[in-house]
Design a protein around this ligand. Structure first.
Ligand SMILES: [Zn+2]
Length: 85
């Protein structure tokens, strides 16, 4: 008898709508802090085909927050940036 591990990394079920499956794509992330809004476009994410909810991995989340932080420190009220890997 053989034992195997089943991997379900590529296509996971969406936890929001519990219906759709996610597929790799790019998302536009909007972050708000106080009066400031930062929009970061072109962020690599897994996106639900059903409800468009996005899922970011840890490394990407960290970079998004870093870039948002830099924009907020500059004192922007509304900043639109493109994701820089
Ligand atoms: Zn969904």
């Amino acid at each position: 008898m053989e034992f195997g591990f089943q991997k379900e990394i590529e296509f996971m079920k969406c936890v929001i709508c519990k219906h759709g499956e996610t597929a790799p794509g790019v998302a536009t992330i909007t972050l708000q802090r106080g009066e400031s809004t930062v929009i970061i476009k072109g962020v690599p994410a897994d996106i639900c085909e059903n409800c468009a909810e996005y899922y970011l991995n840890e490394a990407v989340t960290e970079k998004v927050l870093e870039q948002a932080d830099a924009a907020l420190r500059a004192g922007a009220e509304l900043e639109v940036r493109r994701y820089a890997a």
